[in-house]
Write a protein that binds this ligand. Structure first.
Ligand code: CAA
Length: 398
């Protein structure tokens, strides 16, 4: 296993860093304040080859690896975690799933447009009454000749308003309440019966847009099914396996930004006649942050490397997300503390990073869900052994 970044990863890091300095940093505070998803800037990432980075060139992608994609997310998240959130949903939760599970026809129809940024992708699994307990979803899809008719509400849908295509999960077998009766659909924006609902006002990640989706007799052809009928839950789970590696990279970027801000402030701020970086209280915080960030980075890139080798990364992705998201929250807390009162104002970026960090412990599976995934793998439990009882009892509801 290579622990250092490859030349390709370094090139991507440099490119995203330049892009962030030029197109993101000057505007990020305003996007956060005004809750604006900068859709033009997002589409520009398509011109840079970032929106289809791990997708083969045959389909219009960059032909890159998940390890390269993780570098891109980490770099983006240092500048703007909200944009990194939109990016991770578009690339791994949506586009990569179209690549991995789509038919030739679906890939031909959608992948080049997803990779260029002409189409933005969204992932619609969660509902008002089920977040962690994803297989309890209620949105129903009723067969009607050559079509399915969908009714229900999806919640916390990233990219919803700007998306051109939704990867959406609905129950096709009403007799099966759990994972077995769920099917995945690819639904185009503008399909009659599919409407954008309430906007979610969030504590952080405010440059990523989050809305409900409302389906009322939304009629889609059977060709909109992606994967196998009634096997959609596995698509959701496999998608989240890879998605969690991306969220770990995002948390890593936030944590690194928090450390960078802490170092800058500690080097400049003078108290009691000397720069505060001379005080052991500050030095120890910085050292602890750096150790945990490095550990997060190793976990994250190891999980990405497994994915790139076509090996299972369920447990390792969950470990990376669990550890990196906690590191992000703690690093932001310590960095804000180093900033003192200034950290509590919107004049310093750490205030935004602090708000952004929290959700990495919640979305794409709470930390409690990651522990369930990890412990099931360690204890040799088939996921389905403990379905329902354990997961539903232990879960922190999202
Ligand atoms: N890969 C493939 N198949 C899997 C799998 C995986 N990683 N995990 C489970 N499965 C299969 C099981 O093998 C089982 O199939 P069989 O019955 O044929 O064996 C089936 O799926 C059901 O599995 P479980 O019994 O384990 O299902 P469960 O109901 O107990 O749920 C869970 C397991 C881990 C708790 C799951 O519900 C989960 O991950 N919940 C969290 C949901 C989540 O992360 N939501 C995030 C929303 S998206 C988001 O946040 C995006 C954003 O905006 C940023």
């Amino acid at each position: 296993m290579h622990i250092e970044l490859t030349d390709n990863q370094k090139a991507i890091q440099e490119m995203v860093c330049e892009f962030a300095a030029r197109d993101i940093m000057p505007h990020v505070a305003r996007w956060d304040r005004e809750e604006e998803f900068p859709v033009d800037v997002f589409r520009r990432m398509g011109e840079l080859g970032l929106l289809g980075l791990p997708i083969p060139e045959l389909w219009g992608g960059g032909g890159g690896t998940f390890g390269e994609y993780a570098v891109a997310i980490e770099e983006l998240a240092k500048a703007d975690a909200g944009l990194a959130c939109a990016y991770s949903v578009h690339v791994s939760a949506h586009t990569n799933s179209v690549f991995e599970f789509g038919t030739e026809e679906q890939k031909k129809k959608y992948l080049p447009r997803l990779c260029s940024g002409e189409l933005i992708g969204a992932f619609a699994l969660t509902e008002p009454n089920c977040g962690s307990d994803a297989s309890a979803l209620l949105t129903k899809a009723v067969e009607d000749g050559d079509h399915y008719v969908l009714t229900g509400t999806k919640q916390w849908i990233t990219n919803a308003k700007s998306a051109g295509l939704f990867l959406l999960f609905a129950r096709t077998n009403p007799d099966e309440p759990g994972a077995k009766g769920i099917t995945a659909f690819l639904i185009e924006a503008g399909t009659p019966g599919l409407a954008i609902g309430r906007k979610t006002r969030k504590m952080g990640m405010r440059s990523s847009e989050t809305y409900d989706l409302v389906l009322e007799n939304c009629r889609v052809p059977k060709s909109a099914i992606i994967g196998t009928l009634n096997e959609g839950f596995k698509i959701a789970m496999k998608t989240l396996d890879a998605g969690r590696v991306g969220i770990a990279a995002q948390a890593l970027g936030i944590a690194q930004a928090a450390l960078d801000e802490a170092k800058k402030f500690a080097n400049e701020r003078v108290a009691f006649g000397q720069p505060i970086n001379r005080f052991q209280a500050i030095q120890w915080k910085v050292a602890d942050m750096a150790v945990r960030i490095n550990a997060s980075r190793l976990l994250t890139y190891r999980a990405a490397s497994l994915k790139d080798q076509g090996l299972p990364c369920t447990k390792e992705g969950a470990m990376a997300k669990l550890f990196a998201s906690r590191t992000a929250r703690e690093a932001c807390n310590e960095s804000l503390q180093i900033h003192g009162g200034y950290g509590y104002t919107d004049e310093f970026a750490i205030e935004r990073h602090y708000r952004d960090a929290k959700v990495t412990e919640i979305y794409e599976g709470t930390s409690e869900i990651q522990k369930i995934v990890i412990s099931r793998a360690l204890l040799g439990q088939n996921a389905s052994n403990a379905r329902g009882s354990e997961a539903r009892n232990q879960t922190a509801k999202v």
